[in-house]
Every structure is written in structure tokens, then in C-alpha cells.
Design a protein around this ligand. Structure first.
Ligand SMILES: [Zn+2]
Length: 329
């Protein structure tokens, strides 16, 4: 079974032309600028050759065609893909795109569908890698430089894809990143145990049992087990609704947000950051004490009393557990 995240491989072959690639580190990755090349003849490799020889400052990190995802500039270096004097990147994201954004380019050659699927997959990959939100952190070049640019819509729209559709397609890969791809039934092989199957598929034994209405651990070779609990695109947990924020609830949260699953909040915590981003509160990875803006926002969203504090047991955690069990926060 292929997993979403293993669907494509990324080729990293970096240009050495110092004009297009000065080898200056960027200031981190805060967002992604989606481009298209506007060149009907050149594939990803042709763009590699082109940017390796040009004598003016232009480039992008990654070129994607119908067979290849090619990074020509390391993702921790600057590339010159948006003009510095456009104010919109600063207004939207607080910085210049060249300093804090990855530039991606969709090539026009070959099969559009093949290239487009790689293009959306790669944006999901970048969002996962740099902890970005596909709904907020991908911007069209045309949005940043509207008087001069119309990409990537200039190639998406003639092929029947709106910007909204593009973002939704990225989101679909993003949500399914850690799940099985297009195959949600597992045929039990000899030697398999519920534990080994659950472990291989990033589930708990209880989740596997709940999905398959199994009351005991007896399975036989040839049995078919349902593995895909993602009817909402999110895993359904099987938590006791007790109002305590224990390791199982934290694990379910980590699964839901696609962060590493270890059952505790490190300081700072990736899953807390993901929740803060989701709730629109300051993102620092900490539940501040005694009164947390993030907890307040969660209480407001869930309609429980708002005091910014997680009591033990806590009404807002009970509601969180109920919602995690439904797979929908
Ligand atoms: Zn562009």
C-alpha cells in the first residue's frame, strides 16, 4: 500500500549559478508562493539549465512537470521569485516573499493532470514540512504582484482549475498525508496481530477494534480489516469522555493535527502550535498559565464556560474528547 506521503519523490539538483542562486540563507519559511512558468516548451530540467546560465537575478526553488519534482535551490536559501518592491507580501505575511517564502513553479509541458497532481502534492508536502496551513499560507504570485503577474491561474484556469479548487486539492493531500492512499481494506496475513497491524498504520489497537467491531483479538489470515477511519478526512478517536487531558487525549489530538504522536506536550509543543494556528491565537507552542488565550478560544468555540483555564476534570476537555471521537473538531 502506498501512503500519500510516499506517492512522489523529490529530486534535489541544485543550480550553481551565483546570480540566480547566491546561496544566501532565507529567514525561515513562512509561506509559499505558487507560480507557473508561462513557457509552453520548457520542462523542469530545461528550467534547471536555464536558471543555471542566466545573467540576471531570477529563480524559484522548485519546478514541477508531469514526471518530476525538481528542487533547484535548497529550501533554506533565498530565491528571486517575487519583486522586492511589491508591498502585498509584507502586508499579508509581514515580510518579503524572497526572504521567507518558497517559490514553486508549475511547468506547462506534458500531461497537465500528471503535473498538477505533483504540484498539489508538493504544496501539501511543504505545508507539512514547514508547519504551514494550506488555507492561509499559500498565495498566488498574481495576488502579490497583480499589476504584472497572473500566475499560476494563467495555467490553472485554462485547464479547468480555479484557485479555490487548487487550495482544496492541496488540503485534501494535506489531510490524508499520514493515511493509507486509495486502499482502506487490509487483508490479514499469517503472522499479523491486531497490534502489528495497528502499529503499521499509526492506529491504536482500540481504534482498529472499534472500526471493525472486534470484541477480541482473534483475527485469521484472509480476514478483511477496515483501516481507514477518515470519513471526515480526520481520524476518529476512541476516548473515554472524562474531562482529563491525559496521554490518550493528547495522542488523539496529535493524530488529528498530524503532528508526531507521543502523548505529551513538549515545551514548546507542535500540536499546541497547530491548535493555536487553528484557533487563531498567538502561536508559541505553550498553554500559558493560569489563563490561556488558546484555552479561552477553545472554550468559546465549543460553547463551554470561558475562563481560560483547564480544570480537572474540565468541561472543555470533555467536549474536545467527544469531538475527537467523532473525528471532527
Ligand atoms: Zn510567478
Amino acid at each position: 500500500m502506498s501512503k500519500v506521503k510516499n506517492k512522489y519523490s523529490i529530486e534535489r539538483r541544485y543550480i550553481t549559478n551565483a546570480i540566480a542562486r547566491p546561496q544566501v540563507k532565507n529567514l525561515g519559511v513562512e509561506f509559499i508562493v505558487a507560480h507557473e512558468t508561462a513557457n509552453n516548451q520548457a520542462d523542469a530540467n530545461a528550467h534547471y539549465n536555464y536558471f543555471n546560465t542566466i545573467t540576471f537575478s531570477a529563480s524559484a526553488h522548485t519546478f514541477i512537470d508531469d514526471t518530476t519534482i525538481l528542487e533547484i535551490i535548497p529550501l533554506d536559501e533565498k530565491a528571486w521569485h517575487v519583486r522586492y518592491d511589491t508591498p502585498i507580501d509584507n502586508r499579508l505575511y509581514g515580510d518579503d516573499a524572497n526572504d521567507v517564502a518558497i517559490g514553486t513553479e508549475l511547468c506547462r509541458t506534458g500531461s497537465f493532470n500528471q503535473a498538477y497532481d505533483r504540484y498539489i502534492w508538493y504544496h501539501a508536502y511543504l505545508c507539512k514540512t514547514f508547519r504551514l496551513n494550506p488555507m492561509r499560507h499559500i498565495v498566488a504570485h498574481s495576488t502579490l504582484d497583480p499589476s504584472r503577474r497572473s500566475d499560476p491561474e494563467s495555467w490553472l484556469e485554462p485547464n479547468g482549475v480555479s484557485w479555490e479548487q487548487f487550495i482544496n486539492d492541496v488540503k485534501r493531500y494535506y489531510d490524508d498525508w499520514d493515511t493509507e492512499f486509495d486502499n482502506d481494506v487490509y487483508i490479514v496475513k499469517s503472522g499479523d496481530t491486531l497490534w502489528s497491524i495497528a502499529e503499521d498504520n499509526d492506529m491504536t489497537v482500540d481504534e482498529l477494534k472499534a472500526l471493525n467491531n472486534l470484541n477480541d483479538h482473534l483475527i485469521y489470515p484472509g480476514d478483511q480489516l477496515v483501516l481507514n477511519p477518515f470519513s471526515t478526512g480526520k481520524p476518529k478517536a476512541n476516548l473515554k469522555v472524562d474531562g482529563y487531558l491525559g496521554p490518550n487525549t493528547i495522542k488523539a489530538l496529535q493524530r488529528y493535527f498530524g503532528t508526531p504522536v507521543d502523548g505529551y506536550f513538549s515545551k514548546p509543543s507542535l500540536v499546541i502550535k497547530a491548535m493555536q494556528e487553528w484557533l487563531g491565537t498567538p502561536v508559541d507552542g505553550y498553554i500559558s498559565e493560569p489563563r490561556s488565550l488558546m484555552v479561552e478560544a477553545l472554550q468559546r468555540r465549543f460553547g463551554t464556560p470561558v475562563d481560560g483555564f483547564i480544570s480537572k476534570p474540565s468541561l472543555v476537555i470533555k467536549e474536545l474528547q467527544r469531538r475527537l471521537n467523532r473525528g471532527e473538531l
